[in-house]
Design a protein around this ligand. Structure first.
Ligand SMILES: [Zn+2]
Length: 397
């Protein structure tokens, strides 16, 4: 049992004067090594609760960087409490107010810089890191009987995720989310340039993922739409009349459905998107893998687990597809999230001179003002758009 320099908070701590400034401070534990505590900036007196919590984090094998970040966030919180004359044991109302004030408090300009600068503010992400650290502190405080279970429970909202089993909607996992959180503003979507898209396609490790990435990057379908595709939605023929479809040339149908992998097509209006011969070939290569690897296959979904050890043959999950994007793009020295492919497709069409109405039709965007022109996008227009910007690396080698 490592001996600690930090005493567990006693129940009889002295009345703390208001307006103390708390800082994160590097400490060395006798047995536990370097860590962080929260101390008074002038007297170096330990903040007992915050420091005891940080010591607990050290015991639960958190990295020094994590502990330092928690120390800084807790120090800021306890410093703010003083002048506000609030009691931290009140829980959520106090923490919510702290986070709100943090949002409107400008960051200090670098010292020695007299020049006027536009004030800078913390990002939503940073504020959520504060909220997360403080929420975790309260969870520990409840376990240590410093606040009531009821106070701690206020930090989490509970909801039940529903999922489909066959055609029946059933309650599933209980999800908990932090009650104190800040809406993060999304940055403008980033684009993949031509080389980026080529490198991503080359970095993908198997036929299924190569088909998925090529399909997304060439057609601009959302990842949820791609994962929600069923084999019956793929009309990869020159003539689909035999399957009751009059659209000319190979194409896919994007329809709104509730799918087993929780992929939900976002468009409420179904659309038809042409695909290139190269993408069709990638599909057939994937299909060969699927036939090889699955002894029995009755899954109607296009994208299924094939290369993993477990859940083989089941619908590919959204979270696993997203991980695949990060893994593959990481190998190519990029960081690509799935939505970038859609934005990239749209931008490439625009740059290649594809009319706005065709871009809208391809993306499935419904805009009231464009409903009339939308009708005039012919199959041929859409096909030309897709062919004009297709990738060479999506062609099988
Ligand atoms: Zn069709």
């Amino acid at each position: 049992m490592p001996q600690s320099l930090i005493p567990f908070p006693s129940t009889t701590h002295p009345i703390v004067p208001i307006s103390r400034r708390w800082i994160a401070f590097s400490v060395i534990h006798k047995a536990g090594g370097p860590s962080w505590a929260v101390v008074d900036s002038s007297t170096y007196e330990l903040h007992s609760e915050a420091s005891a919590y940080l010591h607990y984090l050290l015991g639960s094998a958190r990295s020094a960087n994590t502990i330092r970040a928690y120390a800084q966030r807790l120090a800021a919180f306890f410093t703010w409490l003083g002048p506000a004359r609030l009691d931290w044991t009140d829980g959520v109302p106090v923490v919510s107010r702290f986070i709100r004030e943090l949002a409107v408090t400008a960051l200090n300009a670098p010292e020695g810089n007299a020049e006027y600068r536009e004030p800078r503010y913390r990002s939503g992400k940073t504020m959520n890191q504060y909220a997360a650290a403080i929420t975790q502190f309260y969870m520990w405080a409840a376990r240590s009987d410093l606040v009531s279970e009821k106070t701690a429970a206020g930090f989490y909202e509970t909801r039940i995720a529903y999922g489909y089993s066959g055609d029946r909607l059933l309650p599933g996992q209980v999800l908990r989310s932090r009650a104190v959180r800040v809406k993060e503003i999304e940055e403008a979507p980033k684009l993949l340039n031509e080389t980026g898209a080529e490198s991503l396609l080359e970095a993908v490790s198997n036929h299924r993922d190569r088909f998925l990435v090529a399909l997304m990057v060439e057609t601009g379908v959302r990842i949820g739409e791609a994962l929600g595709l069923r084999t019956e939605d793929l009309h990869l023929f020159h003539d689909s009349r035999a399957v009751g479809c009059v659209s000319v040339g190979p194409h896919i149908h994007v329809r709104r459905r509730q799918n087993p992998n929780a992929a939900l097509s976002k468009s409420s209006n179904p659309r038809t998107v042409p695909v290139t011969e190269a993408v069709c070939t990638l599909y057939y290569l994937y299909l060969e893998d699927r036939i090889d690897r699955l002894a029995q296959d009755s899954n109607p979904m296009v994208f299924v687990n094939l290369y993993s050890r477990s859940h083989v043959g089941e619908a590919l999950k959204y979270s696993n597809a997203v991980k695949m994007f990060y893994r593959s793009s990481g190998r190519a020295g990029l960081r690509v999230n799935p939505h970038m492919t859609r934005h990239t497709a749209a931008t490439r069409w625009k740059r290649a001179g594809v009319p706005t109405r065709d871009v809208q039709a391809l993306l499935g965007h419904r805009s009231p003002s464009s409903q009339l022109v939308y009708e005039h996008s012919s199959d041929q227009d859409l096909r030309e758009a897709i062919e004009r910007v297709r990738f060479r690396s999506s062609e099988p080698t």
